[in-house]
Design a binder for this molecule. Structure first.
Ligand code: ZN
Length: 149
């Protein structure tokens, strides 16, 4: 008898060989190192074929869960960053306005009467607005606005 073919060894491993053939092959394997090694290889291969089925499932399961989670967190983080940057921009704008209010010279709103005849009322109104802003900011500095509320 020549060496046992791989197909036969696989059938033997799966128990698909008729009993007489099974005995014949086993007898050969027991006396042939080459076929014994081949049978061991087949047995190893067929065990490994079963493993990836579970392995693949678990890998797919984890692969599906982890990166998606990371991706979602990254997205949420960037949203938070955007919100923070937006808030900082608003804060900077408010700060600029306040600084402008404090540093604004009342005289800046004066419109020379010679340049714009008959607009004294505008200049007066601007004066009044500037004055009330100054009063308000002064009160704000000394906490009077908060106290009176
Ligand atoms: Zn052999």
């Amino acid at each position: 008898m020549s060496h046992v073919e791989k197909e036969v060894l696989e059938k033997l491993y799966r128990g698909e060989l008729p009993l007489d053939e099974q005995l014949e092959v086993l007898e050969h394997i027991s006396s042939c190192e080459y076929c014994a090694a081949a049978f061991a290889e087949v047995a190893e291969e067929m065990t490994l074929v079963k493993a990836p089925a579970n392995l693949k499932n678990s890998i797919m399961h984890q692969a599906g869960a982890l990166p998606v989670q990371l991706q979602t967190r990254k997205y949420a983080l960037s949203k938070n960053m955007q919100l923070m940057l937006y808030s900082m921009k608003i804060g900077a704008a408010v700060l600029c306005s306040i600084i402008m209010l404090f540093t604004m010279d009342a005289n800046m709103l004066h419109i020379p009467e010679t340049a714009l005849p008959g607009t004294t009322w505008l200049s007066d109104t601007a004066d009044k607005v500037t004055q009330s802003i100054h009063t308000f900011t002064d009160q704000f500095i000394h906490g009077e606005v908060i106290k009176n509320d």
